[in-house]
Design a protein. Structure first.
Length: 681
């Protein structure tokens, strides 16, 4: 007879069975505080710590469940899918629910970890902001939306959460909506993402038309059968796949839809770390990984993805070479690294792409939070004008005053540069190895980009933390404000403070993120990849069996060599000051220097073609509406009025007069038919 304890244990649900709570818990917290802001605004805004405790607890609980789910998947638990009928009509059934598999478990743990650390960091960074509670509410809502996207079992549910993530991004980028730059950046992010999302929606509807399903596996099978039977032409299937890819192009900032990401740095720095380094921009890469069963059927689609990723990779790195805004330099670095991930996806190596997504999330979130720590300190000296607080020409020598921030930032620079044994080396090298075997030309571009990455990252580090402090140079401050077209009255009344290290809620997440930035890459060593064993055990076995040091070492050493060359060049130019590299380059290659400073002229092209073009089109449509449409309507009214005025004289009330009119009408019709040669009926 079973004991009571045994029955209780048997009834205990697994972590995967309660995984639906992961997106729901932060949503509950966001709803509570959001309704509180709507109904009792002043009271809720005064309850900062209780709100922070509530939302951190909700997100922390979701993180605990996420890690439990991940441990179950590591220990071999089978994937779990729980569905229920959301809507039905005849033979059409629309299921909703959640799915837990290794990819979802990994992403859940990653997102909840980063989101929780960012929320703790925000407690210090946003301590004096009047929108503290609103900011935390947006954070919780975004986290819920992203977690819901991860566990979605089909494309339609993905699209719902995809749009919620986009909405939260708009709210967070434009959080300081009273700043003109933030308002414009939020609008730009919203519009550019709508372009990609429109393609995604068309692709989803087209795939449903072709296969009758929104489920990932069923779409892949149905599309293959439809092409084989001739029901769907190959060109139509390719078009649908590329339309779906437009969504990840915008969300993951791929060329040419990357232009919103650098401008999104106008939002608070914790948002840059959460959305634009580790989570939202990773959603596109995650969706491409989910769509792998579909994309593997079309090598040409993989080639397009790889080419787009390579262009994005090189573009982001080249523009980052001469950025002076600390956050925008990191933003273009993010664009470049997302290009690496898409390159892996296009090469048919989703495991390598997701591996780089994970390693990049840790060290790039740490770098963004480190930049926030620097900006937080700089505002004490130069005021709250972003043009000054984020410009590296006013920084320098911060390592002495901010050792924790400086050392963790240095770890991030080494990791992203691909120096072993830190995390970035293993994931980036895996991508370059796959590209070398698949598309050698694209590998070469990625290889050159690795050297550029190492150079511009150490350039950021040396300009910010080494040398002497330049922030007290009033003349330079005025020049920077003037060149930006700004006059900040606050500067005249600002009393400069002292540089100091950030408080513990800001430094603790930095130290925490530094640990995985160093060691997590060791889980993906090509001769014994624990990471691949989780996501694709068969691929892990093949990697282990086919691994040869003779193939690995030349590529790895070449990668380390070019990264080391980039670091050495940065040391010579910005640490030892042996060469004025920026001046030499600008003098020798002024056209290229201007091309990079103007960000490949892509903003100007978009402004000329799309912004001004759409305005011109709108004016033309307005002219047509005013002169043609309104003219027809007005003419109809005038004709009706005129005919009414004329016909009123025929209303005499005399029967003889009406009979005469009828007789005249009959005679007229007979005469008309006679002229036309058609006998009247």
């Amino acid at each position: 007879m079973p004991t009571l304890a045994g029955v209780f244990v048997k009834r205990m649900p697994s972590a995967a069975e309660i995984a639906w709570l992961i997106p729901v818990l932060p949503l509950i917290g966001a709803v509570i505080t959001g309704l509180g802001l709507i109904t009792f605004n002043k009271t809720i805004n005064r309850l900062r710590k209780p709100v922070a405790v509530l939302l951190v607890t909700c997100l922390g609980s979701a993180a605990v469940i996420s890690y439990a789910v991940l441990f179950e998947q590591i220990n071999g638990s089978p994937p779990l899918e729980h569905l229920f009928v959301w809507a039905s009509a005849g033979n059409f059934i629309l299921p909703m629910g959640y799915v837990i598999d290794p990819l979802a478990a990994l992403m859940l743990a990653l997102v909840t970890t980063i989101a929780l650390l960012v929320m703790i960091y925000s407690h210090g960074y946003m301590a004096h902001d009047k929108g503290y509670v609103r900011f935390f509410t947006y954070l919780a809502l975004f986290s819920s939306s992203m977690l819901g996207l991860i566990v979605s079992p089909n494309l339609l549910e993905v699209y719902v959460f995809w749009e919620l993530v986009g909405m939260c991004s708009y709210l967070l980028v434009g959080f300081w909506y009273d700043r003109e730059g933030a308002a414009h950046a939020a609008q730009k992010a919203f519009v550019v993402n709508r372009v990609g999302d429109f393609g995604l929606l068309l692709g989803i509807l087209g795939l449903f038309w072709a296969t009758g399903s929104f489920d990932f596996q069923n779409i892949a099978l149905g599309l293959s059968e439809a092409i084989s039977s001739g029901d769907v032409p190959t060109w139509a299937a390719l078009t649908l796949c590329l339309l779906v890819f437009m969504g990840p192009m915008a969300k993951s900032a791929q060329f040419p839809l990357h232009v919103w990401l650098p401008d999104a740095m106008e939002g608070p720095t914790p948002i840059s770390a959460l959305i634009h380094a580790a989570t939202m921009v990773a959603a596109g890469v995650f969706l491409v990984a989910r769509l792998e069963p579909i994309y593997t059927q079309f090598p040409s689609v993989g080639l397009v993805i790889a080419v787009v990723g390579t262009i994005t990779c090189f573009l982001g790195a080249s523009i980052a070479l001469n950025q002076m805004d600390l956050k925008k330099g990191l933003a273009y670095s993010t664009v470049s690294q997302l290009g690496y991930m898409m390159l892996a996806m296009g090469c048919g190596a989703p495991v390598a792409g997701i591996f780089h997504l994970v390693t990049h999330a840790f060290f790039k979130a740490m770098l963004f939070l480190g930049s926030g720590s620097v900006i937080h300190a700089m505002e004490e000296v130069v005021g709250h004008e972003p043009v000054l607080a984020q410009d590296m020409r006013l920084m320098g020598g911060l390592k002495k005053k901010m050792p924790i921030t400086a050392n963790t930032f240095l770890i991030g620079c080494i990791a992203i540069s691909g120096i072993p044994p830190l995390a970035g080396f293993w994931s980036k090298d895996e991508i370059l190895g796959q590209a070398f075997n698949t598309f050698p030309l694209l590998w070469f571009i990625g290889f050159l980009t690795a050297g550029m990455t190492a150079f511009y990252m150490f350039r950021l580090y040396f300009l910010t933390f080494e040398g002497t402090f330049r922030g007290e140079n009033k003349e330079l401050q005025k020049q920077l404000l003037s060149s930006a077209g700004k006059v900040d009255d606050d500067q005249e009344h600002h009393n400069p403070g002292e540089l100091h290290e950030s408080p513990w809620p800001m430094t603790m997440p930095l130290v925490t993120l530094a640990i995985p930035s160093i060691v997590v890459g060791l889980l993906g060593t090509p001769w014994d990849s624990k990471f691949a064993a989780l996501l694709n055990p068969q691929e892990a076995i093949e990697m282990s069996q086919s691994f040869q040091w003779g193939e690995f070492l030349p590529l790895a050493l070449a990668s380390v060599a070019i990264s080391s060359s980039g670091i050495a060049l940065a040391v010579m130019a910005y640490f030892l000051n042996r060469i004025k590299l920026s001046e030499v380059f600008a003098n020798r290659y002024p056209a290229i220097d201007e091309f990079l400073k103007r960000k490949w002229y892509l903003d100007e092209i978009n402004e000329k073609i799309f912004v001004q073009g759409s305005r011109k089109l709108a004016k033309e449509v307005l002219e047509v509406d005013a002169k043609v449409v309104d003219g027809v309507v007005n003419l109809t009214g005038l004709l009706t009025l005129g005919s009414g005025e004329g016909l009123k004289y025929f209303e005499t009330g005399r029967a003889q007069f009406y009979a005469l009119i009828v007789f005249a009408g009959v005679i007229g019709l007979v005469a008309l038919f006679g002229v036309l040669g058609t006998p009247p009926i």
